[in-house]
Design a protein around this ligand. Structure first.
Ligand SMILES: Nc1ncnc2c1ncn2[C@@H]1O[C@H](COP(=O)(O)OP(=O)(O)OP(=O)(O)O)[C@@H](O)[C@H]1O
Ligand SMILES: [Mg+2]
Length: 593
């Protein structure tokens, strides 16, 4: 926001964000102490993000933002005064100015911007195994694949290269196991399946060679920091890929940037809109990694700002690190909401002029409770303030305008299919007399998958029951053996069902991948979770089953050994007695031997 300033604050050189009875802004050198913009839907979060991002750019700080709803591209074009702003100008007694900012558009799927890609090798086995949700054994196998690739000087660029390497590792398992550790074909299979899932989420577009240099994000143009906008509407439907991407970005920046100590202003600032997507269903290990990198990257002069509806969407140990807070209105529909409001209010340094808990419910659009870090890094007293407005346009630019920026960019590649009409397609009314809807077909297949999964669950339950019986009967070997034979066909049936479900599921993903219906994708996610749960239950059962029968066969072996011992003992006794009573037998036996 360009404002005609005549206040002392102007000399303080703050990044102006809001107005109460004075201008309130972020202290530039505290810009890397991270931040949070939260509030119920429609309360002004995205616009506040834009105000802050523009402020950083104005200061010469490059910015990266994930645009979840496609409404941030307006920053590339000068805005216009509207009624809302006119009212605020009058209220604040300041004058708004408008301007465009230097922008680069990126898109992992290469539809709404220039591509960002990374090679499998550059992503690394650790990060990859996290997104693939591998267990320790599987991670070990993946590490071996990476090691072999290094040793054989065969870098893996694409998911296909990795797949080939895994096949090689599997085929040479025996040899490799001797020097590098165990390679089980089951683990290789599990990794291959996880890769398939990643690919279905579009991971192959991101992991397809030619690494992007993250330092290319850190650029200024005419003194302004470049605003790098990542089209993340589609990416948001693939939380796994989205969080991997974030990791890679943060990690790569962390590795490439030097320590800066206490700098005058940040080197680079990240904004993650709809941040709850990042933390939803994310594994603990991944969360720890986010927490750690957010903590460490500060010293490299990088600020990370999360935008989300409720602060409780963000894990506590990440939230604790977010120093600059813009809290828009919250709603109190449920007791849980009320608890959230209380905890958000408690998180502020109270201002005697108002009660935060009450204010949170009263705030109007574009108004917020604000607490930024002061010069010393301490949270300032909470202020109830109205946000300034962006100097760029609120809302998206047109496809043509976007296309022009993309094609003029130094990142532009001729083969990039520029600005596919994704949004338009989504919004257009369904045509009459269409083919049977893909969605309907998908829903059908999905229902089938669900019923198979249910059936599988039933089998799993039956097997569990049998297994319990076996455990009870363990001492009676014969009964147990019989039960063991009964259980076997059940297990293989369950496995077959599992494979069927997997096949069908792959089919659904293929068709749904092309669909834009969010409810369908979420339904699919649910189905997938159910399937995963059933699969896990089955795997657990198999391990237990094996353990029980190992015990059983140990028992059998022990018994056999003992019987043999007994037999030997009786035989020796018999021979000794024989020698005593029939001394000549000694000679006869010796001769025989
Ligand atoms: N500071 C502001 N200056 C001018 N207009 C604003 C401001 N804040 C909000 N608005 C208006 O309110 C609308 C909604 O704001 P915004 O899109 O930022 O809400 P949001 O909290 O991001 O919503 P959602 O949760 O749906 O993403 C904007 O389109 C804009 O018209
Ligand atoms: Mg928004």
């Amino acid at each position: 926001m360009l404002i005609n300033l005549n206040t002392n604050d102007a000399e303080a050189n703050l990044l102006y964000a809001a107005f109460s009875d004075r201008l309130i802004g972020i202290v530039p050198k505290m810009g890397n102490r991270h931040g949070l913009i939260a509030g119920a839907t429609g309360t002004g979060k995205t616009v506040s993000l834009q105000v802050l991002a523009e402020g950083f750019s104005q200061m010469g700080v490059p910015v990266f933002m994930a645009d979840m709803k496609g409404d941030l591209s307006g920053v590339a074009k000068a805005g216009k005064l509207n009624k809302f702003m006119e009212k605020r100008q009058a209220e604040f007694g300041i004058e708004y100015g408008f301007q465009a900012f230097p922008v680069e558009f990126f898109d992992v799927f290469k539809e709404q911007g220039n591509p960002i890609r990374v090679t499998v090798n550059d992503l690394g086995s650790q990060l990859l195994s996290r997104i693939l949700e591998l267990n320790d054994t599987q991670e070990g196998v993946l590490t071996i694949a990476f090691r072999v690739s290094r040793e054989q000087n065969k870098p893996m660029e694409t998911l296909d290269d990795l797949r080939k390497m895994l096949t090689y590792v599997s085929e040479n398992a025996q040899e490799l196991s001797a020097t590098l550790g165990a390679v089980s074909t089951a683990s290789v299979g599990a990794i291959q399946r996880a890769l398939l899932r990643l690919e279905e989420e579009g991971g192959d577009k991101f992991l397809c060679g030619k690494s992007f240099n993250v330092m290319d994000f850190i650029k200024t143009r005419d003194g302004k920091g470049v605003i790098n906008i990542l089209a993340a509407d589609k990416l948001g439907n693939s939380p796994l890929l989205y969080s991997t991407f974030l990791f890679w970005l943060l990690t790569a920046l962390y590795e490439n940037l030097p320590e800066v100590g206490d700098a005058e202003k940040p080197k680079f600032v990240f904004f993650f809109d709809e941040a709850h997507l990042l933390f939803n269903d994310t594994q603990k290990a991944v969360l720890d990694k986010i927490e750690k990198i957010v903590r460490l990257i500060r010293s490299k002069g990088v600020g990370v700002y999360f935008i989300t509806q409720s602060p409780i969407d963000i894990p506590e140990n990440v939230l604790a690190q977010l120093g600059n807070k813009v809290q828009h209105a919250l709603r109190a529909f449920t007791p849980k909401d009320q608890r959230t409001i209380k905890s958000v209010a408690d998180g502020f340094r109270e201002n005697p002029k108002f009660k935060s808990e009450e204010a949170l419910l009263e705030l109007e659009t574009g108004e917020a409770l604000i607490s930024f870090l002061d010069e010393k890094g301490a949270p300032s007293m909470v202020e109830r303030a109205k946000m300034l407005s962006p100097a760029g346009q609120i809302g998206p630019i047109t496809d043509e305008e976007r296309r022009e920026i993309i094609t003029k960019s130094s990142f532009y590649e001729k083969e990039t299919p520029v600005v596919k009409q994704r949004e338009v397609e989504e919004k257009s009314e369904p045509k009459v007399n269409e083919e049977p809807k893909v969605e309907d077909k998908n829903a059908e297949i999905l229902a089938e998958v669900e019923s198979i999964v249910e059936e599988m669950q039933k089998k799993v339950d039956e097997i569990t029951e049998l297994k319990n019986k076996i455990t009870e009967m363990r001492s009676v070997t014969e009964d147990a053996t019989e039960a063991k034979d009964t259980i076997k066909p059940y297990l293989s049936e369950a496995k077959k069902l599992k494979d069927d479900a997997n096949g069908l599921y792959k089919n659904v993903v293929k068709t749904v991948g092309a669909s834009t219906d969010k409810s369908l994708t979420s339904l699919l996610k649910k189905g997938e979770k159910k399937y995963d749960d059933a699969e896990k239950a089955l795997d657990k059962l198999k391990t237990e089953y094996d353990a029980v029968f190992k015990k059983l066969s140990d028992l059998e072996k022990k018994e056999k050994k003992e019987n043999e011992k007994k037999k030997k003992w009786w035989y020796n006794l018999f021979i000794s007695i024989l020698h005593i009573f029939v001394p000549s037998s000694k000679k006869v036996l010796k001769k025989k031997r």
